[in-house]
Design a protein around this ligand. Structure first.
Ligand SMILES: [Zn+2]
Length: 162
């Protein structure tokens, strides 16, 4: 499976706000992080969200759209969902380049990375900045028809080892 972010800058390590690996603790250990955070850059050229398999964009929206207190910058943080057979992929913190319903092919650019830094400075300016990233989730449909979130690196790592 292709990497969901280009250029590939690796997975967010431990910063002042947590770690970016699958299963890392969130909310003081109350819940696990069920995606992987791929490091992004904002300049001179922004990182891009990439379709990892052929599929269809089935949702384009705002990550924190339901919370009026999170409008903190010109570009509201976006989310893009893609369905590919038994896989369902979710990208967070990317501005979508296509509308819902668009067919995409592996390797297509689907979004442009957005910065999280102003949001987290607003939450607590005494902490160091969060590492900018695209949060990526892999949901896999099982025999029972239910989707489960699995470690994206299970799939993405294959690409980087060849
Ligand atoms: Zn994340």
């Amino acid at each position: 499976m292709l990497a969901p972010v280009l250029p590939y800058l690796g997975v967010r390590g431990i910063d002042a706000w947590g770690a970016g690996g699958f299963g890392a603790p969130r909310d003081g250990g109350k819940r696990p992080h069920l995606g992987t955070d791929f490091i992004t850059r904002q300049c001179p050229e922004k990182s891009l969200g990439i379709a990892v398999m052929d599929g269809v964009i089935c949702h384009v929206g705002q990550v924190y759209g339901a919370d009026e207190n999170t409008v903190f910058q010109e570009e509201t943080l976006g989310t893009i969902h893609i369905k590919s057979g038994d896989f369902y992929f979710k990208y967070y913190y990317a501005k979508a380049l296509h509308e819902k319903g668009t067919k995409v092919y592996a390797g297509d650019t689907i979004g442009v990375a957005q910065t999280l830094i102003p949001l987290f400075r607003e939450k607590d300016s005494s902490r160091d900045d969060i590492t900018d990233h695209i949060h990526f989730e892999v949901h896999v449909r099982g025999a029972d028809g239910e989707y489960t979130r699995v470690d994206p690196m299970r799939y993405v790592a294959e690409v980087h080892s060849v």
